[in-house]
Design a protein around this ligand. Sequence first.
Ligand code: SF4
Ligand code: SF4
Length: 97
Amino acid sequence: MAEEKPAAKPVDKSEEKKKKAPPKKIKYAYQEGKGLAPLNLYLHWCKACNICIAFCPQDVFDPDRDGKPIVARPEKCTQCAICWLHCPDFVITSNYK
Ligand code: SF4
Ligand code: SF4
């Protein structure tokens, strides 16, 4: 004997629209003390042109006394790729991409 399935509830689309999705948080690839650092810098190739420091939207880098970048705030890096795509000397690589 086949069981009767309960009738599906009609979906009220106006109610669905009212439920707004919460704003998405930016996912940071690196958390302090967990996993790999976000970036590798091969500073032997760096000519201290300051492009990466100036372009980083998250203010991840600080210059050292020679003007070369230090990853001072790794937890803020979003892996946006701006720094390694603009570095003319291929100093920067990502550990995550
Ligand atoms: S990947 Fe983006 S956020 Fe991370 S250091 Fe480079 S420019 Fe800054
Ligand atoms: S963009 Fe490249 S060469 Fe210029 S300071 Fe940054 S790492 Fe060094």
